[in-house]
Design a protein around this ligand. Structure first.
Ligand code: ATP
Length: 596
């Protein structure tokens, strides 16, 4: 397929606010390519060159891309820069400049595969002379494409393609193209994705051997699975009831989730909740894991927290977060912020994958496998069958510096459900017991310009929760407090790559911010309570006609949830549940009485 065809499809995808239409456009595209090109097309459309977990970043510096556009269009770089100031997007500028009269391109334009391979070369170029090579490769491509293709190529190399094509939409398109359209087939396709975390691989298997072929996609060391998630409950009695009276309770450590892949030989690889590679950030864990496991290969999961080496006390989340994203000064950071990994699950051992085994078996095998040391330990667990013991365990957990407990089902159904949230795991946190609602992870969908002391930056952000059923981001508050000065100043830059000049089709709100943002950045916010509002759209009409849920007195907690993508924001269903339990909670009456 020529890249021109793909670019044409992109213009349509970009223009449609409807997920169904996007799905048909994608399904139609998928029907036109086969084999390797299928995977390449899927990566490109998500702004990627490989599955996300490979961490291959294209992100060419603006200055390099600008130089390439200047050379390819024969326009002085200064003029290109001026045009970008007006258009706000080098892609649009490249497109406009290429529309000027010029020599026609020679021969047919590049194919999708050619574009993909060149982009990979750009990404992989490193070392001396690599900047020139990157520029030349991009100039070469720009010289062969039509203006509209240039728009997308340039956005791609800058890491700002953002067509709004999300995984769920691609899964729908794959089901439409390669299955009988049944619910069951859609579920099998999603399950294959949850285990492989690689849409291109799922697509290739589907095109070669249909839904039946998906069985060959199995858990493999080195390829992360999408993590299993937990429901929440405001009450331990409710937790036990939902678990049929008996559960395994574990300390809920407040740190970074780590999925560790330890091969039979060679170094371990660590993945975050979002499946980014964390290995470089925690070399001591990479080193400790093979030693701490009696047999390999293995895939284990745990929470990484900072522990005081003298007292063995767990330090607060803020400590371990200092290690995230760190690539330099590692030795000093290891000294200042020593970490331990508390393992709570075993996904694969030397006998094979264990995803379809119940939790008790996984835990027994985990205990047999781990030789605890200061860096790698087992998460504290206790089996409980009554509320009093559950409460006692919760209190111990808080005293140990944890944020609550994670209750886990012991039933035959307690398999490791990759990518799924359900009653097999239920979280119960300390914050629920103090009368505050749980924090909410909101996606930024817009920003309001600041005034006075905040002139030049943003005064508030428009926040949204996610509705996976509709693939829609629904606003629930405007948050302006809780930011420190440095954080505020950095906001425009931090949000720049998400900015768009129109309301993104997936966003639903009754407000009009000064800047719209494609959902991408996730922030943790907390507030006084949830109320009904005619302007916010979270769970709109589901509690009362004409009203959505809004968070009153919202405040940024200071936690950027970089470990979450926009679709992992709190869901509108979760907000609805928080609203329901908040109304019922007796502590609220007491609070109001005490603080009239
Ligand atoms: P979610 O992952 O449910 O979207 P979240 O990322 O905001 O929510 P929490 O609400 O704090 O996280 O709860 C889930 C997280 O708790 C897990 O992803 C994991 O990182 C962490 N965790 C800590 N201790 C445990 C444990 N013993 N078992 C499972 N998860 C644990």
């Amino acid at each position: 397929m020529r890249f021109a065809e793909l670019a044409e499809a992109y213009t349509k995808v970009e223009a449609t606010p409807k997920r169904l239409e996007m799905r048909s456009l994608l399904a139609e595209l998928l029907g036109r390519v086969s084999g390797e090109e299928l995977g390449e097309l899927l990566y490109l459309s998500q702004g990627l060159l490989a599955p996300e977990y490979e961490g291959i970043e294209l992100g060419m510096a603006d200055s390099l891309a600008r130089r390439a556009v200047a050379i390819a269009t024969h326009v002085p770089e200064r003029e290109v820069a001026l045009d970008v100031k007006a258009s706000g997007d080098l892609g649009t500028t490249a497109e406009a400049l290429l529309r000027r009269p010029r020599l026609p391109e020679e021969g047919p334009g590049p194919t999708v595969s050619e574009v993909y391979r060149t982009l990979r070369r750009i990404a992989e170029a490193s070392g001396e002379g690599s900047q020139e090579l990157k520029v030349n490769l991009l100039v070469g491509l720009l010289g062969r494409v039509a203006p509209v293709e240039a728009r997308y190529l340039v956005r791609f190399v800058l890491g700002r393609l953002r067509l709004g094509v999300r995984e769920m939409t691609i899964l729908d398109a794959l089901a439409a193209r390669f299955s009988d359209g049944s619910k069951e087939a859609r579920a099998r396709i999603e399950a294959a994705f949850n285990v492989s975390s690689d849409l291109a691989r799922v697509a290739e298997v589907l095109s070669a051997s249909g839904v039946a072929g998906l069985d060959e996609i199995r858990l493999t060391v080195g390829r992360p699975v999408r993590p299993m998630l937990a429901e929440r409950s405001p009450d331990l009695a409710d937790v036990l009831e939902r678990m049929e009276g008996r559960a395994a309770l574990e300390y809920k450590y407040d740190g970074l989730r780590v999925q560790a892949h330890v091969p039979a030989n060679g170094p371990a690889r660590l993945f975050s909740r979002r499946l980014e590679d964390l290995s470089g950030q925690f070399p001591e864990l990479v080193e400790a894991l093979p030693r701490a496991l009696a047999r390999r290969p293995a895939i284990v999961e745990g929470e990484c927290v900072s522990v005081d080496p003298d007292t063995d006390e767990i330090r607060p989340f803020q400590e371990v977060s200092r290690r995230r994203g760190r690539k330099y000064d590692l030795a000093r950071m290891q000294e200042e912020v020593p970490v331990s990994l508390f393992l709570f699950d075993l996904l694969l051992d030397a006998d094979g994958p264990l995803l379809d085994r119940a939790l008790p078996e996984r835990r027994t095998r985990l205990e047999a496998l781990v030789r605890p040391d200061p860096q790698v330990r087992l998460a504290t667990q206790r089996l409980v069958g009554d509320v009093a013991s559950a409460q006692a365990f919760f209190d111990e957990s808080i005293a140990a510096g944890c944020e609550g407990v994670m209750a886990k089902s012991l039933s035959n159904e307690s398999l490791y459900r990759a990518g799924a949230r359900g009653d097999w795991w239920i979280k119960y946190k300390r914050e629920y017991t103090t009368g505050l609602a749980d924090s909410i992870d909101g996606a930024v969908v817009g920003a309001f310009l600041g005034r006075g002391r905040r002139a030049g930056t943003y005064g508030a952000l428009l926040m949204a929760v996610y509705d996976p059923g509709q693939d829609r981001f629904e606003s629930f508050c405007k948050v302006g407090s809780g930011f420190d000065d440095a954080g505020l100043k950095a906001l425009p830059e931090r949000l720049r790559s998400y900015e768009v000049d129109h309301v993104p089709p997936e966003v639903s709100t009754g407000l009009v911010p000064d800047r719209w943002m494609r959902p991408g950045l996730v922030l943790e916010v907390r507030g006084a309570e949830l109320s009904l509002s005619p302007i916010h759209r979270a769970a709109f009409g589901r509690i009362r006609p004409g009203a959505g849920l809004a968070l009153r007195f919202p405040r940024f907690t200071g936690r950027y949830r970089e470990d979450k993508g926009a679709t992992e924001a709190t869901t509108s269903k979760e907000l609805e549940e928080m609203f329901a339990t908040q109304v019922k909670r007796p502590t609220r009456a007491r609070e109001t009485a005490e603080n009239p």
